[in-house]
Design a protein around this ligand. Sequence first.
Ligand SMILES: [Zn+2]
Length: 246
Amino acid sequence: MKRSEFIKISGLAGLSLAILPQFSFNFSGEFTRNQLIGKGNPDIVGDSYTSKMHKTAKEAFLKMKAEAAKENINIEVVSAYRSFQRQKEIFERKYKKFTSEALSPEKAIAKIIEYSTIPGTSRHHWGTDLDIIDANAPRPSNVLMPENFHGSGPYCKLKMWLNENAATFDFYEVYTDNGNRKGFKYEPWHFSYAPVSIPMLKEYKEKIDVKQMLSEEKILGNAHFSEAFISKYVKENILDINPKLL
Ligand SMILES: [Zn+2]
């Protein structure tokens, strides 16, 4: 090898080594830690609490909404992308309320996680998950109640339509009515866009040490997240979901 050529090659090798660290996340996957825990994502589009979604999920959602409209169902989003900060506000408001009602911190946390997530662990952080109702139906005072979707509830028509059609658009119920499922209670309103949320959950499992993340973030009550509590929460609340989304 000529000396000039050798210098060129070794110079390039040196350069690639120098720039490697800042791009290293590209080699281990598609999503950064911050994207996985709700601290921003360049793929989120929209400008409000009910319109912010991952751009690919939004395209599929709009197609599903248009199809449902043909059956006189007006799918309305109640909640879409939710940031870490927003989830933190929800969690801490409930924590303060329940502990002020004389619940122990542990009991307060147990009560919060019947329906709400701990910040940094919500699927709403990904922009792939939506809480939906039918705006054409009479609106009950509390829309997100399972009974609204069953029996003579106002969202029965929506629920039946989703049972038949949501999968065509790659949306799946996350917290199903399966009696053997643990973790969050049944949520017939919460749907997830599988083509993005499946890889995000996979990377979440690989990249996020939930115990470490929760100890780093300053969340009210986090001193009461014991190791046993966190491993149960990960197993049941994060991972015990509709198998179609695993
Ligand atoms: Zn939800």
